[in-house]
Design a protein around this ligand. Structure first.
Ligand code: C5P
Ligand code: ZN
Length: 506
């Protein structure tokens, strides 16, 4: 039996069990559905897919977006489940809290009307190699809980929360196949297109096939620069392509392009974007960059191409050059909305709004980019990164808002920020306005994840060692938690110890 096929079959059966239980419960309850989802692009994508699917079935619903499904939130929810008697869907979180949900909702409240569609490592599971524990959790929770690790899929890479919501929606009604692009946008938001040239793995590839088969998504080989910025800026400020001599210098980048004989101004007098260039022009730029990097910088052409040429995922029905055309930009727009208290705009856009919500989101996006730029510059200019032997960390002080500290940590690690050391994980900490705690976001580059670093496990262990009664976790390269302000030193010490142990034991 083909292993992949077998895994998929089992996974789809599991989705169907949960869908049937949902359909039966809804009939019995005769009330609306309450969707709880996460505030990032993947969470908003999940919410939009579920919302759209329920709308099509004429099932009333409401969506609540949370920064995380923390213990306090679960307690708040459990207090009112009986009163409101809504069916609850938890998407893009819930696995890392499955034990709490089971305790608070099923055991204490005798409330069974909920499901979890999540791709994070389940609570108490250290890694995907914890096979016995994963099997046990699957056995105990399969009636209400779908998680890719139950079927030996890697939840960090092969499917996102939006992907799980998509399979649920498709099992509810095959017509929901047209929601597949949103699932891909969610996966891009969670940086799951990590194959060569930004390709997808596993269940995500199946979703992408759906999106291509129904003609909604087109894949194009393209240069790995922003498709919507003036091209000289896109080259100069690329976080992924480093070309000493051009990087950081928009004037030299413009001259470089002009000397190739490419007309760089469009009819409005603006500098052209990548999306405005034709294939011949792109080909010229590709050859010139390969030549520049190999002759001037001595980089092997194969290495350059790996990074320079990517799969660009395009929504065929969106306007060329708009944020919504390039699915990576779409995902960025959702993230911007979710992380700046405008989640409802993001969900509306993902559900199809191209008028008011889309217009409003332009301002949100502008401010979000400004806020990211300001935060990153502040960290670099003031050398805010502090070092321990096996980890590094920074405090956001009153500059970095809580909801973007994770994005800042991601940018430091995944976007080749000059001078940043990717050989150690980074932890960003920001004091919450409404609680005496620090929100913590940890990120690790795949180079150290492959050497044994697992932040989900490290954060959980560090919380335990520090005797903190909080939930934490996520994925090996990205995880989070919150910790009381007075425990920060001991927590960081313990993170340092757990990471040291992870690196030693591999
Ligand atoms: O909050 P942050 O962006 O740093 O979280 C990184 C990853 O860890 C996200 O996928 C998030 O959903 C997950 N996480 C979690 N449990 C927590 C905090 C974060 O699963 N308590
Ligand atoms: Zn996610």
């Amino acid at each position: 039996m083909n292993d992949f096929k077998d895994k998929i079959e089992k996974f789809l059966e599991a989705v169907e069990i949960v869908t049937n239980s949902f359909i039966n419960s809804i009939k019995e309850m005769n009330s609306s559905v309450h969707i709880y989802t996460h505030l990032d692009a993947d969470g908003l994508g999940s919410g939009a897919i579920l919302g759209k699917a329920l709308f099509r079935e004429k099932i009333p619903f409401q969506i609540t977006v949370l920064r995380q499904l923390e213990k306090e939130e679960i307690l708040k929810i459990s207090k009112k489940v009986k009163e409101f008697n809504n069916f609850i869907i938890f998407s893009d979180f819930g696995s890392g809290q499955y034990f709490e949900l089971q305790n608070e909702l099923i055991l204490k409240e005798n409330f069974n009307f909920f499901i979890v569609l999540d791709h994070h490592l389940p609570q108490n599971v250290s890694s995907k190699e914890d096979i016995d524990l994963i099997k046990d959790i699957h056995k105990k929770t399969f009636q209400w809980h779908v998680n890719p690790y139950f079927f030996r899929f890697n939840g960090s890479l092969e499917i996102s929360g939006a992907g799980l919501s998509y399979f649920f929606a498709k099992s509810l009604n095959k017509k929901n196949i047209d929601l597949s692009p949103i699932a891909i946008i969610g996966a891009i938001g969670d940086i799951q297109n990590q194959g060569p040239n930004k390709t997808f793995f596993g269940l995500n590839s199946l979703i992408l096939e759906d999106a291509q088969n129904i003609g909604l998504v087109k894949i194009k080989n393209d240069l790995n620069f922003s498709s919507i910025k003036p091209l000289n800026e896109a080259i100069a400020y690329s976080k992924e392509i480093n070309l000493p001599g051009l990087t950081g210098d928009i004037n030299r980048s413009l001259i470089f392009l002009q000397t190739l004989g490419i007309l760089m101004e469009n009819s409005n007098g603006n500098i052209r974007t990548l999306s405005e260039l034709n294939n011949d022009e792109k080909q010229k730029i590709t050859s010139a960059i390969i030549e520049y990097a190999s002759i001037k910088l001595g980089v092997e052409p194969r290495k350059i191409v790996e990074n320079l040429i990517i799969n660009r995922y395009l929504l065929k029905n969106e306007l060329t050059g708009s944020e919504l055309h390039d699915m990576a930009e779409f995902s960025n727009l959702l993230n911007a909305c979710g992380r700046t208290n405008s989640a409802s705009l993001g969900i509306a856009i993902a559900m199809g709004d191209r008028k008011i919500a889309y217009q409003k989101s332009q301002e949100v996006l502008k401010n979000y980019k400004k806020s990211l730029g300001k935060s990153l510059n502040w960290i670099q200019d003031n050398q805010k990164i502090q070092q321990m032997e096996f980890i590094q960390y920074f405090f956001g002080e009153d500059v970095i808002p809580e909801n973007i500290v994770g994005t800042i940590a991601s940018m430091l690690v995944f976007e080749r920020i000059e001078g940043f050391d990717i050989s150690k994980p980074v932890f960003g900490l920001v004091k919450r306005e409404d609680e005496n705690v620090y929100k913590v976001s940890g990120r690790a580059h795949k180079k150290i994840v492959s050497k044994g670093v697992n932040l989900s496990q490290a954060i959980r262990e560090a919380c335990e060692l520090s005797q903190l009664d909080v939930l934490g976790g996520g994925h090996p390269p990205a995880a989070g938690t919150k910790i009381p302000v007075d425990k920060v030193d001991v927590f960081l010490e313990n993170c340092n110890i757990t990471i040291r142990n992870q690196l030693k034991s591999k």
